[in-house]
Write a new protein. Structure first.
Length: 255
């Protein structure tokens, strides 16, 4: 399957070549690499090799989204991971929202991943449940992106196919069932006011994963798209600190 529409300017995938520690960035549902670009560039300036693929059907036109399943989304992330691993000796994964769901799944299937940084990860969104039984060919009118910072503009869609929501719901079900298989170190960033993914998702994930090294930071002045919000500098600083620390631990995350 191929996309029928061109990529929106600014929504392109990006790759920043650095040293032998790689960081894979995973954007969220309906989002694009633009939503995590500032975060990625900050990591790149510290010398990390950074890869941020664009999920199939995202960043073009909402009708493209109908063609793709969550398996397609996962495969694009896994492909980027394998490519990154070819030039890096260790790889960390950062995922926001559904990007967090993808990151968890990737860590289950690739236990050699050094660690996960999850930003408002999605595993159960009750307000989306009604889409399970709606006709797949219908469309949903989207609200404005959930960002507290005035003037922040995320590239996203004004509409989305119900089919895509059904894929998201099915994917969260699938990953939720195997969270105990996550073993690598994990740190989460949790916006206490999030109008898309209930903050309790973060606590649920931390309670279910099998990681011995798991922690979280709370965000008090950010909404769902925290990578574009008021506390981005805090998120960057703590992520860098955590990755540097995790990168010197032996396999399994034990000192």
């Amino acid at each position: 399957m191929n996309e029928q529409y061109p990529v929106i300017q600014g929504a392109e995938a990006f790759f920043l070549k650095g040293h032998s520690t790689g960081i894979l960035l995973c954007h969220g549902f309906l989002g694009t690499p633009q939503s995590v670009r500032e975060l990625g560039e900050a990591l790149g300036k510290q010398g990390y090799t950074v890869s941020c693929p664009r999920l199939p059907g995202h960043g073009t036109h909402f009708k493209d989204l109908e063609q793709f399943s969550y398996d397609d989304w996962f495969r694009s992330i896994e492909r980027a991971y394998v490519e990154l691993k070819q030039s890096c000796t260790s790889v960390f994964v950062i995922g926001q929202s559904m990007g967090g769901t993808l990151s968890l799944d990737l860590a289950i299937r690739h236990p050699e991943i050094e660690g996960l940084v999850l930003i408002n990860p999605a595993i159960d969104i009750p307000q989306f449940e009604t889409y399970r039984t709606k006709p797949a060919h219908d469309y949903v009118t989207e609200d404005a992106p959930d960002i507290k910072k005035a003037g922040a503009i995320e590239i996203t869609y004004g509409q989305a196919p119900v089919k895509a929501y059904q894929q998201l719901l099915g994917y969260m079900d699938a990953v939720r069932a195997k969270l105990g298989e996550v073993r690598c170190p994990v740190v989460c960033f949790q916006s206490l006011e999030d109008h898309v993914v209930p903050p309790a998702n973060t606590d649920y994930i931390l309670g279910k994963i099998g990681s011995e090294n798991a922690s979280k930071y709370e965000l008090h002045d950010s909404y769902h798209i925290a990578s574009m919000d008021h506390e981005l500098d805090f998120l960057i600083a703590k992520s860098l600190e955590w990755i540097a620390q995790a990168n010197v631990l032996p396999a399994g995350g034990q000192a």
